[in-house]
Design a protein around this ligand. Structure first.
Ligand SMILES: [Zn+2]
Length: 276
C-alpha cells in the first residue's frame, strides 16, 4: 500500500513538474510586453521633446536666415519691386499725371529715358554743402558769388525743403561751383549730378561761364538768372517746354515761374527713384 501511495505521489509530482515545465515554457512573458510598452513611452517622450528643441530653434534659424537672406535677394529686388513698391509707384505716377498743366513733372518723366525721379533728401535741417572753387577766369567778379547765393536762396525761399551752406571747403563739399570763360556750345551753364540707384542725389558740379556764347561779358544779374536755372537742375528738375519757366532750355525769363515752384514742390513731396 505504501509503495502504491509512493508511486501515486511520485506520479502526481511528475505531473506537477511536467505541468510546471509546460507552464514555464508557454506562459505569456510579461517582460517583452512591458518592454514593448516602455519603449513606446520612452519614444513618445523623446518624440515630443526632441522635436520640441528643433521646433524652438527652428523658427529662430529660418527667420535669422530669412533676415540674412534678405540681403542676398537684394540684387533681384531692384528688378522686381515688391507689391507695396509697385502700389507706391503707381500712386506717384497718378499724382504726376494729375499735376500735368500746373507742373511740368509729367513732361519731365515722359521725356526721361529711365523714368526716375531724382532729388536730394529733405535738407532743411542739414544744409547741402556748397563750395565755390577759386578761379582766374577772365571777367570773373566777386559779386558773381553773391548772385549765385541769391539764386540758391530763391529756390529755398520758394518752399523747396533744401537749404545750402556756403562755408564748405573742397573736401567736405557736396556741390562744387566752378567757372569757365565760355562753353564751346550754345550755353552759359551746366550741371552734372550724381545719384544713387534709388534716385537720391549725392553730389553735383555746377559750371558757369563768365562770357555768353556770343562773347559778351556776363553781368551779375545774368549770372543769377543762369544760376537759377542750374540750381533747378541741381534740385532734380529737367527742362520745361514752356518759355515762361526758368527751366525752359534757353531761359527767356529772369525769375522762377509759379510752375517752376509747383514742379519743384511736387518733386519734393514724392519719393525719389524709379517709377517703372
Ligand atoms: Zn538746362
Amino acid at each position: 500500500m505504501v509503495e502504491r501511495r509512493l508511486t501515486g505521489m511520485i506520479a502526481a509530482a511528475a505531473v506537477l513538474i511536467v505541468l510546471f515545465i509546460l507552464w514555464d515554457i508557454f506562459r505569456p512573458d510579461p517582460r517583452p510586453a512591458g518592454a514593448g510598452e516602455e519603449p513606446v513611452g520612452i519614444v513618445v517622450v523623446p518624440d515630443t521633446t526632441i522635436p520640441a528643441q528643433p521646433a524652438g530653434t527652428a523658427p529662430v534659424l529660418p527667420s535669422t536666415q530669412a533676415t540674412a537672406g534678405g540681403a542676398l535677394p537684394a540684387a533681384p529686388y531692384h528688378d522686381q519691386p515688391s507689391y507695396i513698391d509697385m502700389l507706391a509707384r503707381s500712386e506717384t505716377r497718378r499724382r504726376i499725371r494729375n499735376s500735368a498743366g500746373s507742373t511740368y513733372l509729367n513732361d519731365m518723366v515722359s521725356a526721361s529715358e529711365d523714368s526716375m525721379l531724382r532729388r536730394w533728401d529733405n535738407r532743411s535741417m542739414t544744409p547741402v554743402r556748397v563750395w565755390f572753387a577759386p578761379t582766374y577766369a577772365a571777367n570773373f567778379q566777386p559779386q558773381f558769388l553773391d548772385a549765385m547765393r541769391r539764386a540758391f536762396a530763391q529756390w529755398t525761399a520758394a518752399g523747396v525743403p533744401v537749404r545750402f551752406d556756403f562755408t564748405a571747403d573742397s573736401t567736405t563739399a557736396e556741390v562744387v561751383v566752378r567757372w569757365r570763360i565760355q562753353f564751346e556750345i550754345e550755353r552759359t551753364g551746366q550741371t552734372d549730378l550724381t545719384w544713387d540707384q534709388n534716385g537720391h542725389v549725392q553730389s553735383a558740379v555746377i559750371t558757369l561761364a563768365t562770357f555768353d556764347p556770343k562773347g559778351r561779358p556776363m553781368e551779375s544779374d545774368d549770372v543769377r538768372v543762369v544760376a537759377l536755372h542750374e540750381v533747378g537742375h541741381l534740385l532734380g528738375l529737367d527742362h520745361s517746354g514752356d518759355s515762361t519757366d526758368i527751366m525752359f532750355p534757353t531761359a527767356k525769363v529772369r525769375d522762377l515761374s509759379d510752375r517752376d515752384v509747383r514742379t519743384a514742390l511736387l518733386l519734393y513731396q514724392l519719393s525719389p527713384g524709379s517709377l517703372r
